[in-house]
Ligand binder design. Structure first.
Ligand code: FAD
Length: 472
C-alpha cells in the first residue's frame, strides 16, 4: 500500500491503544466528538493527496520502484525539495485554519534525522523503519521532550529516574524501557511513535541515551490527552477551534518491550546530542513553515477589522499594520532563506535547511508573536471578549439588537464574524494554545538562541575586527 485514504487512516485508530481523556478511558478516539475533531483535522494530510489541486505537491514517485508516496516522506536532496516541503506544510496548515496537521510532518522530520546521523546496524534499522512509514503512508508522532523533573539535574541524578525515558532491561531480543514524555503532539491519533532523547547526554547518562519506535498500541504505552479546548465548541463564536485541533499527550512507557529492529540508539550517549539536534533542525524548519498561514492571518484580520471599525486611515493604525507586515514578511523571508541556504550532508547526500537561518526564523516568530497579538487585539477593541455567542445570534429576539448596535463601518454580521475569528485566534483556548505553542513548541527561545550563536561562523567577523583594531 503506498497511499492511504482519509478513511483508511481513521479506520486504524481503534486498535486497543490506551488513551485517557478528562479522567476517562477512551476505546475509540473517533467516537468521542471533541477528539474526533482532531482526527478529522489531521486527515487533511491524507485529503491533499486525493485532491487534484494539491496532488502534485502532496505526492511523489519513487524513481526506483515507480510507486507513488506521500511527499512528506520524500527525503530532501536539495533546496527545491526543502522549498516544496515547506509549501506542502504551509498548504496543509492553511487548509487546517492555522493549525498544523503534523501527522506526517513531525515523523518525517524524525526519520530524516535518523537517516542522516545513524551508521551501521542502527542506520539499517532506521532505513527499514523509514520504508515501513513511507510505504504504509503512516501517521507518526515524535516523543522527544521528557517530563524532566528538576531541570538543574542531568537524567542520572534525578531523584526519580523515570523522569527521563530509560532502558531498564535488555536481552538478545530487545530492550525494555520505562519513563514518560510529555507534550507529545498527535500521538493519540498516530500509528507509530518515535522516541528520541531530549538533550545531549554524558557517559553517566548512557541508560537514558535511547531512541526507538513503537506502534501506538504497544503493550505498556498509555497516553493521557490534554483537556485543552474540551466541551462543546460554539461554531459561530469559534470558527477555527470548533473545526481544528491538535492533541497532546503525557506519554507513559511502563516497561515497554522494544525489539532490536526498532531500537535506533541504546547506550551510546555521544550520539544522543547529535540525534536530538538534527531532529530539531528539521523540526524547526517544519515549524516556521507552518507558522506562515498564522502570521498571514494576523495581518489580514488586523487590516480587515481596522477597516470594519473605520480606523484604517489613522496614523497609529497604519504604523501598527506596517509592524505586522514586517513581522510576517521577515519570518517568511527567513524561512525561504533557510531552504535557499540548504546544506547537503556529504556522507548521505541528504539536504537540510541552514540551521542558523532556521533558528533565526523561529526566534523571530516566537519573540514577536505576543507583540503581534497586542496589535491585533488593540485594533479589534474589547468585543473580542465581551461579544455575543452563537445562541444570541441565532435568537430572533436578540439578533436585531446585535445587528443594530454592533455594526461599525461594516454591517454587524461581517464585523462580528471577523471579531469571532480574531477572538478565537487570540483570546480563547485556541488563542492561549497558539501563544504557548509559539514560545515553547519545537524548543524554547533559549534553545533557539543557543543554536544561532553556535551556528554562526564568527571567524571572519572577528578577523575583520582585529584587522581594523590594528591587532593582526
Ligand atoms: C503545543 C506544544 C506541542 C508540542 N509538541 C511536542 C511534540 O510533539 N514532541 C515533543 O517531543 N515535544 C513537544 N513539545 C515540547 C516542547 O519542545 C517543549 O515544551 C519545549 O522544549 C520546552 O520544554 P518544557 O515545556 O519542558 O519547558 P522547560 O524546559 O521547563 O522550560 C521552561 C523554562 O525553563 C528554562 N530552562 C529549562 N531547562 C533549563 C536549564 N537546564 N537551565 C536553564 N534554563 C532552563 C527554559 O529555557 C524555559 O525558559 C510541544 C510543546 C508544546 C507547547
Amino acid at each position: 500500500m503506498a497511499l492511504r485514504t482519509p478513511d483508511d487512516y481513521r479506520s486504524t485508530l481503534a486498535d486497543g491503544r490506551i488513551l485517557y481523556y478528562r479522567g476517562q478511558k477512551v476505546d475509540d478516539i473517533c467516537a468521542v466528538p471533541e477528539l474526533r475533531v482532531a482526527v478529522d483535522h489531521a486527515a487533511i494530510d491524507y485529503e491533499v493527496a486525493e485532491d487534484p489541486t494539491y496532488r502534485d505537491l502532496a505526492t511523489f514517485k519513487d524513481p526506483g520502484s515507480g510507486e507513488e508516496h506521500s511527499a512528506y516522506y520524500k527525503v530532501p536532496r536539495d533546496t527545491q525539495d526543502l522549498l516544496d516541503r515547506s509549501k506542502l506544510i504551509e498548504t496543509c496548515t492553511s487548509l487546517g485554519g492555522t493549525m498544523v496537521t503534523l501527522i506526517k510532518e513531525i515523523g518525517s522530520d524524525g526519520l530524516f534525522a535518523m537517516l542522516r546521523i545513524l551508521r551501521g546496524d542502527e542506520r539499517e534499522r532506521a532505513e527499514a523503519f523509514y520504508r515501513h512509514c513511507r510505504d504504509g503512508d503512516l501517521a507518526v508522532a515524535v516523543a522527544q521532550t521528557d517530563v524532566k523533573g528538576d531541570r538543574s539535574l542531568p537524567p542520572h541524578r534525578q531523584p526519580d529516574p523515570d523522569t527521563y525515558v530509560h532502558v531498564v532491561d535488555r536481552d538478545e531480543k530487545g530492550i525494555v524501557v520505562r519513563g514518560a514524555k510529555c507534550h507529545t503532539s498527535i500521538s493519540a491519533n498516530a500509528d507509530e511513535i518515535i522516541v528520541f532523547p531530549t538533550r545531549a547526554m554524558g557517559p553517566e547518562d548512557s541508560e537514558f541515551a535511547v531512541a526507538f519506535a513503537v506502534p501506538t498500541n504497544a503493550a505498556g504505552v498509555s497516553m493521557y490527552i490534554s483537556s485543552y479546548a474540551s466541551g462543546d465548541l460554539d461554531p459561530w463564536a469559534l470558527p477555527l477551534s470548533s473545526k481544528h485541533k491538535m492533541l497532546e499527550t503525557l506519554t507513559v512507557f511502563d516497561d515497554v518491550f522494544v525489539p532490536w529492529d526498532r531500537v535506533f540508539l541504546c547506550g551510546d550517549p555521544e550520539v544522543a546530542g547529535p540525534l536530538a539536534l538534527t531532529f530539531v533542525e528539521y523540526h524547526r524548519f517544519t515549524a516556521v513553515s507552518y507558522k506562515l498561514p498564522l502570521i498571514d492571518l494576523l495581518v489580514g484580520a488586523a487590516a480587515e477589522i481596522a477597516d470594519m471599525n473605520g480606523v484604517t486611515k489613522a496614523g497609529h493604525v497604519r504604523e501598527k499594520l506596517t509592524k505586522l507586515v514586517i513581522y510576517a514578511e521577515t519570518v517568511r523571508a527567513l524561512t525561504e532563506m533557510a531552504a535557499l541556504r540548504a546544506r547537503v550532508d556529504d556522507a548521505t547526500g541528504i539536504a537540510y535547511p541552514d540551521p542558523m537561518t532556521t533558528n533565526m526564523a523561529k526566534y523571530t516568530f516566537a519573540t514577536g508573536y505576543h507583540e503581534a497579538l497586542e496589535i491585533i487585539q488593540d485594533l479589534s477593541g474589547g468585543l473580542l471578549v465581551t461579544g455575543p455567542g452563537g445562541a444570541d445570534w441565532a435568537s430572533d429576539e436578540v439578533r436585531p439588537v446585535l445587528e443594530k448596535y454592533f455594526a461599525g463601518k461594516a454591517p454587524a454580521t461581517e464585523r462580528l464574524a471577523m471579531l469571532n475569528l480574531i477572538s478565537d485566534l487570540t483570546t480563547r483556548d485556541f488563542g492561549g494554545y497558539h501563544a504557548v505553542l509559539a514560545v515553547h513548541a519545537e524548543g524554547s527561545i533559549e534553545a533557539e538562541k543557543m543554536q544561532i550563536l553556535r551556528s554562526y561562523d564568527a571567524a571572519a567577523a572577528r578577523a575583520y575586527a582585529r584587522r581594523l583594531a590594528g591587532l593582526d
